[in-house]
Design a protein around this ligand. Structure first.
Ligand code: KG4
Length: 356
């Protein structure tokens, strides 16, 4: 193994020819995660979920931050262990600064401050949304060359966002379309809740949709100008449709849940793909990626493959481990900032809201 150099705070670029080893910390919502990336190659990615929220049907911010406090040290310990490195080999610590739940972000930010101070290495603040996009640059090994080339379009779809992003470089991203109300993940989760399917609803809808007929029911699609999205109308039409059907058959949902899920999923995927198609066509871009929690959806993944065949798109679909919140995407973002000497100070504060 090559000699490892510990990069000291103040002049880390002196060591740019040596290996760059970044510890990433993610704590923006309800997943505590730590990952190690060396020269862009993933060495470990540990994620601890928080089952405590299930019984409430959504994330409870105060419980989330308490769980992060309990999880953070064992998760970081595991990430270093799985990577097979000692903490003294770290070049810098990258952490999610926002957007997210403030109490949750504070745990990761405080940990990053304490750990980087103790190790005397730099700290790098990362935008969570940019990190989702940059997850496509994580290398599985040194020979992995499957990263997107600039410029490309990224559909970022999660519980809080539905955006079409024009990605011009690792740090230059422009939102060209976004939801004006609910996000795609919220549409999945809220409609699943109406059907009594549990939380989070997206993966449950996805599972049931595989057994159903996607053309059985039709739900309303928005008519919004440009590349923006809207999902609140769909949610309302789904709710009213069920309310009417339940008046005549109290078991309507139970009898039809597979077809309901398949039809709902098809509607959401059609809405997402339609705008993305027009953006790609107008901008003459054929390299298209998807990111965020909803990118785990099988219907959306299949649609990407279909559009790739039909329109000659080169597509980038993330590994499942990089779809939901994870620290690997934070570590890779930190790696690119490290290359440009973009570090932050110890008085940095997390932010709940911020654009990409
Ligand atoms: O990016 P993410 O992990 O977290 C935040 O938004 O903070 O995304 C979570 C969202 C949830 O709405 C969840 O229901 C959705 O991603 N999701 C899915 C699937 N897996 C996760 N939606 C549809 N199909 C899936 N397989």
């Amino acid at each position: 193994m090559d000699e490892i150099t510990t990069h000291q705070m103040g002049n880390p670029s002196d060591a740019i020819d040596c290996m760059i080893t970044i510890l990433g910390i993610e704590s923006s919502c309800d997943d505590t995660s730590a990952a190690v990336i060396r020269d862009g190659v993933i060495l470990s990615n540990v994620i601890a979920g928080q089952a405590v929220h299930e019984r409430y049907g959504g994330v409870v911010p105060e419980l989330a931050s308490r769980a992060h406090q309990q999880n953070i040290i064992p998760v970081v310990h595991d990430a270093l262990k799985q990577a097979g490195i000692d903490k003294s080999e770290l070049s810098a610590i990258a952490f999610t600064r926002g957007p997210g739940l403030l109490g949750s972000l504070l745990v990761g930010t405080s940990f990053a401050k304490g750990f980087s101070s103790a190790l005397n290495i730099p700290m790098i603040d990362v935008n969570h949304l940019q990190a989702h996009v940059l997850a496509h640059f994580i290398k599985e090994d040194e020979n992995d060359t499957n990263q997107p080339t600039f410029p490309f379009l990224c559909l970022l779809v999660s519980g809080g966002n539905s955006q079409i992003i024009l990605v011009k470089s690792h740090d230059e991203m422009e939102i060209i379309g976004q939801t004006i109300d609910d996000a795609a993940g919220e549409a999945f989760d809220k409609c699943a809740k109406v059907m009594g399917l549990g939380y989070p609803g997206g993966p449950i809808v996805d599972k049931l949709a595989k057994l159903g007929n996607p053309d059985r029911f039709k739900f309303s699609k928005p008519n919004i100008a440009g590349y923006d999205y809207s999902f609140s109308g769909l949610k309302t039409s789904f709710l009213y449709f069920l309310r009417d059907e339940l008046k005549t058959d109290a078991d309507f949902i139970e009898k039809n849940k597979e077809d309901l899920c398949a039809s709902l999923q098809k509607t959401i995927v059609d809405i997402l793909m339609n705008k993305l198609y027009h953006a790609a066509k107008d901008l003459k871009i054929k390299e298209v990626a998807v990111a965020g929690g909803v990118s785990a959806n099988s219907g959306l993944r299949t649609a990407f493959e279909e559009y790739s065949r039909r329109y000659g798109w080169k597509i980038h679909i993330p590994k499942f481990a990089y779809t939901t919140d994870n620290a690997a995407m934070v570590a890779i973002s930190g790696y690119y900032k490290y290359l440009k000497d973009e570090f932050c100070e110890y008085d940095v504060a997390p932010y709940a809201r911020v654009e990409i």
